[in-house]
Design a protein around this ligand. Sequence first.
Ligand code: RIB
Ligand code: CA
Length: 303
Amino acid sequence: MTIRCIIDTDPGIDDAVAILLALASPAFDILGITTVAGNIGITTTTRNAGRICALMGRPVPVQAGAAGPLARKGFDTAEIHGADGLGGVAFPASATLPGADAVGFLAETLTREPAGSVWVLTLGPLTNIARLVQDHPEAAARIGQVVAMGGAVRDRGNIGPRSEFNMAADPEAADIVLGAGLPMVLIPLDVTRQVRATPDDCAALHAAGTPQAEFSARLIEAYFQSTTVTGPGAESRPLHDPCVMLYALDPGLFGLEAMGLSVDLGPTRDAGALTPDAARPQVQVATSVQGRAAVARLIAGLA
Ligand code: RIB
Ligand code: CA
């Protein structure tokens, strides 16, 4: 099955690995990449999207989106993703000029293409998608499926005790999208922390010899340098955003549970935290994954 999709992203080290996997996989027909501020500012995330496509020689349309959250100040995670957002890994210059209307691009594409035929794969804060729902509800209703990396349901957060970065960066946007009744699969930290790359996986990627494998190895090694993990799993790093592409490629790797989710909109570090709520529209939440099989699928897809 061809996955006709738009990727909404804040590249970002793990976003970059996810985008490289999609560009390298014939199953994906990427209609465009829309960018959002998140891991780093919008100028950098947009430039990085173009650089990743340039590495693969693919002139995928890139459209810049929101420079910040709907209603709050965002976070700066340069310490994880580096000042350039790609861990200092040198990519070629972007070969195309980006547009500046991510939401308009999403609305036009969804309106033009047959209803239900386009998936939206989100790897960052949901600001652009929330604006699409608010400003173009009829286009949003034509989305085939949203597959979103974000949240923590039973596992701990990575911003507050219960809040995960993509949801915490723009809680109001998360609340709009999770309340919109869109066909949606949410891939939370509960499963992405089980999809872990080890130094041996990096060696396998280096050995594969393709540009996407080589650069993914360099990105993951930069991740090893920029983050500290203590205790079990210290010798590996979670691959959060690639799980979205892995779900699209092989949903059988994941176990899903249907549940409604409410979003903490309060003033604390737990803003963005998700709580199961039967009164909210149901989304499919990935609550289990075959972790090593998922990493093997990633390496095979990049090789
Ligand atoms: O919490 C993980 C998410 O935050 C990933 O999308 C990563 O890129 C960061 O944006
Ligand atoms: Ca991301």
